[in-house]
Write a protein that binds this ligand. Structure first.
Ligand SMILES: *Cc1c(COP(=O)(O)O)cnc(C)c1O
Length: 493
């Protein structure tokens, strides 16, 4: 019997679960020609069931989000914007994209939304070019008495290009929690701008707004950028906007990590970036819990340039992923999601406190958001050793550079721990308390092996105990609980 038939025979026609059946149809059809791919998808489920996920940038999105992506929408080319496409036959894609953009505007209280970026890095690249073409090209055009860019001579273009290349970006330093796309030297952003960065205070580990203001007044950047991948505290966006206004800079916020906390109204008032920034970029797959993709929100000033996202920096949009974004924005507009967002932060605070009580060093003493940072040098370990030792015990998280880290970006001295995914599973304070104790148990019982910054040994008894505790925890909170892993493994091996 085929898996679908077997399932239907087992449950009977009125007990059919659309999620289970949806997955079975999906896998069974894939397996016709690509059994190895179907098998890998099931193995990934097995791996996610076995390990507790504390990666701060990951989550588990809903089956509706997943199903919105897995269909014929992927066949459509839709270059351009709704109502203004370079391809025929886009009525339905127009309806989907317009709806997604409208939902994003309502959810975040934004004037304008572009839902086309394929990922967060895409969103940032688009935002940078939209800012450059809105704030820089126009003066250049005026200079040459032109109204149309295409009429510039080659020499004028050279000059304009030089003008663009000399623009300044001031963002959070990578080692203080900023993202690669904020001007890190191996990212294109570092080649597009003269990059300057601000750091957290060496004493407190916190942003020092007066220091940022002094730096901004001196540098006078075109763009003042806030947002992070690894900073455990709230940012006062009202204060940052004041700084930007003093120098006429564009205030841009990259909320890739904490978009779910903004949507869920945990970050409100001074801490809501959309109320204060000119332009806000995001991913949709981290705390926001949607498909793997990006988003740009802005004031109307940048709408015209952002509408040219394709071909400015992007190719054809992904209509199936845009459909999934619409589903996710809908989900994030509910009271349940607001509770979810509040729970993420509470869980992060309880987990950080539990880690601290169990002898771990937590940067800034705790967290206001979904993540916190641990300095593992107190255990004599590098971040790399700590990450691997925990992975051996079925705890997945990542090592992270700490501010002013002596171990560099590869080995690092830190761990970044996030609670978005475990909160989706339904875990609460009791589980966070226990988890803190398990993490500390592993770290206390792990020692470096010789001088190698990657090698380590964990005491076998501690390891056995940690694995057993993780297994017990996860058995109460399975990932995608509707899915019967044994049945899927047997059916698609
Ligand atoms: C994750 C992240 C991104 C990049 O997102 P991708 O979808 O991986 O391109 C950009 N900015 C910040 C702050 C992030 O944390």
């Amino acid at each position: 019997m085929k898996p679908i038939e077997e399932y239907l025979a087992n449950v009977g026609p009125d007990k059919v679960d659309p999620v289970i059946l949806g997955y079975l149809c999906n896998l069974q059809e894939i397996a016709v020609h690509s059994p190895e791919i179907a098998s890998s998808i099931v193995k990934e489920l097995a791996s996610q069931r076995k390990r507790i996920k504390l990666i701060a940038s990951e989550n588990y999105c809903s089956p509706s989000v997943q199903f919105a992506m897995g269909n014929l929408l992927t066949d459509k080319y839709a270059e351009g914007m709704p109502g203004h496409r370079f391809y025929a036959g886009n009525e339905n894609v127009d309806a989907i994209e317009s709806r997604a953009a409208e939902l994003a505007c309502t959810l975040f209280g934004a004037e304008y939304a572009n839902v086309q970026p394929h990922c967060g890095a895409d969103a940032n690249l688009l935002a940078y070019w939209a800012i450059l073409s809105t704030r820089v090209e126009n003066p250049a055009l005026k200079k040459y008495g032109q109204t149309n860019l295409y009429k510039l001579t080659d020499e004028q273009w050279q000059e304009l290009r030089a003008d663009l290349g000399r623009q300044k970006l001031l963002g959070l330093d990578y080692y203080s929690g900023g993202h690669l796309t904020h001007g890190y030297r191996y990212n294109i952003s570092a080649r597009m701008f003269d990059v300057y960065s601000y750091s957290v205070s060496e004493e407190t580990g916190l942003l020092d707004y007066n220091a940022i203001e002094r730096q901004a007044l001196e540098i006078k950047p075109l763009i003042l950028l806030a947002g992070y991948s690894a900073y455990p505290r709230k940012i006062d966006f009202r204060r940052m906007r004041e700084i930007a206004d003093k120098i006429g800079a564009v205030f841009m916020v990259d909320m890739a990590h904490f978009a779910g906390l903004v949507a869920g109204k945990v970050f409100a008032g001074d801490y809501d970036p959309v109320q204060h920034a000119h332009i806000v970029t995001s991913t949709t797959h981290k705390t926001l819990r949607g498909p793997r993709a990006g988003l740009v929100l802005s004031t109307n000033e940048f709408a015209e340039a952002l509408d040219k996202g394709c071909p400015l920096t992007m190719g054809g949009p992904l209509p199936h992923v845009i459909a999934a974004k619409a589903v996710a924005f809908r989900e994030a507009s509910t009271p349940e999601f607001q509770r979810y967002a509040a729970d993420i932060v509470e869980n992060a605070q309880v987990l950080a406190a539990s880690c601290a009580r169990n002898g771990m060093h937590i940067l800034t003493g705790g967290t206001d958001n979904h993540l916190f940072l641990v300095n593992v040098r107190s255990f004599g370990l590098t971040g790399r050793q700590a990450e691997s030792a925990l992975y051996d015990c079925n705890i997945t998280l990542n090592r992270n550079s700490l501010p002013f880290d002596p171990n560099g970006p590869w080995y690092t001295s830190g761990l970044r721990i996030g609670t978005a995914a475990v909160t989706t599973l339904g875990m609460k304070s009791t589980e966070m308390e226990e988890l803190g104790a398990i993490i500390a148990l592993v770290l206390k019982n792990t020692k470096p092996a010789g001088d190698n910054k990657a090698k380590y040994i964990t005491d076998p008894a501690a390891k056995t105990q940690a694995i057993a505790q993780v297994e017990k925890l996860l058995s109460q909170f399975p990932v995608y609980p509707a899915l019967d892993l044994d049945f899927l493994t047997k059916s698609f091996h």
